[in-house]
Design a protein around this ligand. Structure first.
Ligand SMILES: NC(=O)CC[C@H](N)C(=O)O
Length: 186
């Protein structure tokens, strides 16, 4: 099994470490040819505008969209969630747009830009959630499962092969969400 971690920008190393801790092989995805023969892909946090622009310039955006629409398992965190969202409330850009949700970038404002909280994510109790200039989800399609909320705002969803989170599970020691993701890869 081979999991790719998009490594154009942002917090990709921590995801690779989490996968290695779980005994899964992972490789950095930096160009179109790296997308061949993947069983799953992680879209890390960082800056969605930079990542999206690079995906487009490297001709990776459309192929990756097709792979996700054909069922490639994906775990997206923070900027990755923004790349996946069909609608971005406060950004005219649209990137992969495979996830039927509306997201708001930098949604917690500057003051409360970064914080850590603890709560339920799907079946997992007491999950540490690290938020860094995070987005939250303002609308979901009926077919989307809500996994987590913070302050009444949706911060985690699952839709078919796509798991998307506002927060950074790779920055806490808890690997349960990475395990869930691995369980949906072949
Ligand atoms: N930690 C993150 O990934 C922050 C996301 C970033 N604020 C964006 O809009 O792309």
């Amino acid at each position: 099994m081979m999991v790719g971690v998009l490594a154009l920008q942002g917090a990709f190393r921590e995801h690779i470490e989490a996968l290695n801790t779980l005994g899964a092989e992972a490789k950095e995805i930096r160009k179109l040819s790296d997308l061949a023969n993947l069983d799953g892909i992680i879209l890390p946090g960082g800056e969605s505008t930079v990542q999206g622009k690079l995906l487009r310039e490297l001709d990776m955006l459309n192929p990756l969209r097709d792979m996700i629409l054909s069922g490639l398992p994906v775990l997206a965190t923070c900027a990755g969630l923004i790349l996946l969202s069909k609608t971005i409330e406060n950004d005219k850009n649209r990137y992969l747009a495979t996830l039927p949700v509306t997201v708001k970038r930098n949604a917690y404002g500057r003051q409360l830009g970064s914080f850590i909280t603890n709560g339920k994510v799907g079946d997992f109790n007491n999950f540490e959630m690290v938020f860094i200039r995070a987005p939250y989800i303002t609308e979901v399609d009926n077919s989307v499962d809500v996994l987590s909320k913070y302050d009444d705002k949706i911060t985690g969803v699952r839709y078919k092969n796509q798991i998307a989170l506002s927060f950074h599970p790779e920055l806490s020691k808890d690997t349960r969400l990475h395990e869930l993701f691995l369980s949906i890869t072949k």
